[in-house]
Design a protein around this ligand. Structure first.
Ligand code: ZN
Ligand code: ZN
Ligand code: FE
Length: 767
């Protein structure tokens, strides 16, 4: 914040022009300015610009100072001020204060707000039988409601949203034009008379038929849910597939039809009280659940909760979110019980957003549809957070957060970072703001790749920015890398390849507003290494401007490469083979199969060398007898963590060899095998593995000697590994950096890619 010096010989009126940057449009910021200025007897005006908000105020200097201070403290709930700059201008002798029409000149720097959960005031409106919005599922105001999911262009006004075809009725227009109303300039403002409406479609004798609309639609959908049906519901950023969470047959049918075998399904609860019947949230988890972002919070399952086992098989945690739109709230209220709410898509495909598209793609899964006629501007999946080490950490940063920027230290020309291959997120850097996209997903299908390209187009168009360079992963075969190379060639733009784990390190530093250097402990499933091998258990020293590999996990060959992701038993076999241990103890193989895999290992055929920590975890889970085959990446590691006996204090040893550059897991595996042979329970084995790995990270940090340690990579979604490592490092005197604004997994990669490109002396090379 910068303010002009007060004149020494006042008292004389002065006039300031105040530029406010940040999330200040569409949140009731101008009415707050108006109210404050009027209350303090200041003259002047306020207006929206493409860069944010500009205020001119005239009055006594000390009153202006009070105005600026109070503006920051009394800003409306969804506003966030990133920068405020005031400078003196000529006094005009104005008498009154006015809200002026929006200006539309200059570069588009105003922030697009994330979607926000229904606010308490709007909730009260839809629950009040005397209110004209009683039971109305599209109620919103400047403190809540859709934003990113309806915005088509900047500046943010109704004509640039998917609400443009709904003309405000006289009553809504009065609210919209009244600075004292909380719906003043609420762009999606609507009511039953003028706004969107819902309709219910059921399968009839001749295909889908609309059987209820308006007030009848939500009760019809609720009845279908209670009857055990699967209902596709058009929500905020796309469709969900809903079913009764307590009905095993419904959940089973949903899994079968969606082709989703065991990956946990998210739940939706009416409110915090109902969420507490599903999980046992701690205070941080409750704050996250009830926040305006309303993410899915992964919490500890409450014993005896009425949730079918099929929701999250073998998992002591449940992912729960609270009904975050009036539509969801009304539906959950009417249904009277929590529901499964999983994204409305087929496996590995993007979430559906259009009515016709959904009926076509989800018609084979859903028994009924709850549709509405407010178009969705872009697909936005739900966000997922897990509280670890005392704070919420992103598993997925999407609805409710995207496209809010992460502000970094370095300025520079516009850049586009295309992220990785799995859990893809892209980033557009404009000045010091890095705009991270919503979750795009795994770029495994043509549909996913098309969605990826659309998100990039969408961002470039909305922010009206032409990136001067493209940043991508070093992996030549990632679809994102190939896309970037092709674009760069076509546009004659330069591009920069960033090594995967270096990007993770740079992301963690940028996330924490730290320049470095630091030791980055980057543990994940896989990333293309600087030497062409598959990295994943890395200790890098450096910063965004460069990093060197100080140490890594002992490598092993992975028979079948990426196919081993779903085969923890293969990872286990690979470890045993590597150290010359007896593989016959692995019960899960036929003799012939074992022989083939060992031949592959011996000859190095289709068996890439890897230092992957993710695969090491899979192998340990298999060796501990917890899971030998997985239905999704990380399943074995998740169950390994879940099985851990928290009372066990023992730790298996690891060795630091090769002048301290190789962290050798052989002693750990030997100790594990000894324990298993003696019948030590899996929970104790799991604890000794986790504690051993945490202690080993501290040992490497001590040998490297950097006082600052950044933990990143998908393995740091493991709460025990994260907390035990962070605690042990802090106890040993290290400063520990954990992710706060972006995920530790590949969803945060694009931030690191931007940071590396910004820091590079010569940021670009031709593709
Ligand atoms: Zn509201
Ligand atoms: Zn209306
Ligand atoms: Fe990674």
């Amino acid at each position: 914040m910068t303010l002009p010096e007060a004149p020494v010989l006042a008292p004389e009126a002065v006039r300031w022009q105040i530029q406010v940057e940040g999330a200040v449009q569409g949140v009731g910021f101008r009415p707050t300015v108006y109210r404050l200025a009027t209350e303090l007897g200041l003259a002047g005006w306020v207006t929206n610009t493409l860069q944010g908000v500009v205020v001119e105020v005239e009055g006594m200097p000390e009153v202006l100072e009070e105005f600026v201070l109070r503006l920051q403290h009394e800003a409306p709930p969804l506003a966030s001020i990133l920068a405020l700059h005031a400078e003196p201008v000529g006094v005009l002798g104005e008498r009154s204060f006015a809200i002026r029409p929006s200006a539309s000149d200059g570069a588009r720097r105003a922030l697009i707000l994330p979607d926000a959960a229904i606010c308490p005031a709007c909730l009260a409106d839809i629950r009040d039988p005397a209110n004209r919005r009683y039971g109305y599922p599209f109620t919103n105001c400047t403190h809540c409601g859709p934003r990113f999911s309806i915005i088509e262009a900047l500046p943010y006004d109704r004509l640039h949203t998917t609400m443009r075809d709904f003309a405000l009725c006289p009553e809504c227009r009065c609210e919209y034009e009244d600075p004292d109303d909380r719906r003043f300039h609420a762009q999606p403002n609507a009511c039953p008379a003028c706004g969107p409406h819902v309709e219910f479609h059921a399968r009839g004798a001749h295909g889908w038929a609309r059987t209820a609309t308006h007030k009848g639609a939500i009760p019809a959908a609720a009845a279908a849910l209670r009857a055990g049906q699967i209902v596709a519901v058009k929500g905020l950023g796309g469709f969900h597939l809903l079913c009764d969470a307590a009905n095993p047959a419904s959940v089973k049918a949903l899994r079968e039809r969606k082709g989703r075998e065991e990956k946990p399904l998210a739940l939706m609860a009416l409110d915090l009280a109902q969420a507490r019947t599903l999980i046992e949230p701690n205070p941080s988890e409750e704050t996250a659940l009830a926040s305006a972002a309303a993410p899915i919070v992964v919490g500890t399952r409450r014993p005896g909760s009425a949730v079918a086992g099929e929701v999250a098989p073998g998992n002591p945690t449940l992912g729960v979110m609270i009904a975050y739109t009036p539509l969801h709230w009304l539906l959950l209220c009417e249904t009277g019980r929590p529901v499964v709410a999983t994204s409305g898509n087929l496996s590995d495909e993007p979430i559906c957003t259009g009515n016709d598209e959904a009926v076509e793609r989800l018609g084979g899964i859903a028994d009924a549809f709850l549709l509405h006629n407010r178009p969705i501007a872009r697909p936005i999946d739900d966000s997922v957070v897990r509280v670890m080490a005392g704070a919420p950490r992103f598993v997925r940063r999407s609805r409710g957060y995207a496209p809010a920027p992460v502000r970094i230290g370095q300025d520079g020309p516009p850049l586009l970072a295309v992220g990785g291959h799995l859990k893809n997120v892209i980033a557009l850097a404009v000045g010091r703001d890095v705009f991270l996209s919503q979750h795009v997903g795994d770029l495994e299908t043509p549909q996913a790749l098309a969605a990826f390209a659309r998100v990039i187009d969408d961002f470039a168009r909305m922010y009206d920015v032409q990136p001067t360079a493209l940043v991508h992963d070093l992996h030549p075969d990632y679809a994102s890398t190939q896309w970037a190379a092709q674009q760069a060639r076509g546009a004659g733009a330069p591009c920069l390849a960033v090594q995967h784990h270096h990007a993770h390190l740079a992301a963690c530093l940028a996330d924490n507003g730290v320049e470095g250097p630091a030791l980055g402990v980057i543990w994940d499933g896989s990333g293309y290494g600087g030497d062409g091998s598959v990295w994943g258990g890395e200790f890098l020293v450096g910063s965004a401007s460069g990093a060197a590999r100080a140490a890594h996990l002992r490598t092993f060959r992975l028979p079948g490469g990426e196919t081993a992701v779903r085969q923890p038993r293969r990872c286990a076999l690979a470890l045993l083979w590597e150290i010359g241990a007896d593989t016959a103890t692995l019960a899960d193989f036929g003799a012939g199969e074992r022989h083939v895999l060992e031949q592959m290992l011996a000859r190095g055929v289709s068996s890439p060398v890897t230092s992957s920590a993710g695969r090491l975890f899979d192998a340990l889970a298999a060796l501990a007898g917890i899971r030998t085959r997985a239905h999704f990446e990380g399943q074995a590691a998740m169950e390994f963590e879940a099985a851990t006996d928290l009372t066990e204090r023992g730790a298996y040893p690891l060795a630091l060899s090769g002048d301290g550059s190789i962290l050798d897991w052989e002693p750990l595996v030997q100790a594990l095998l000894d324990d298993r042979a003696r019948g030590v329970p899996a929970g104790i084995v799991a604890a000794r593995c986790h504690r051993g790995l945490a202690a080993a990270i501290v040992a490497v940090a001590q040998s490297v000697g950097q006082t600052r340690v950044a933990l990143s990579g998908g393995c740091f979604q493991n709460r025990l590994l994260t907390e035990w490592t962070a605690n042990a490092l802090r106890a040993a005197g290290f400063e520990v950096l954990l992710h706060r604004q972006v995920p530790a997994n590949d969803g945060g990669l694009c931030l690191g890619q931007i940071a590396v490109a910004r820091a590079a002396a010569n940021p670009v090379s031709a593709c």
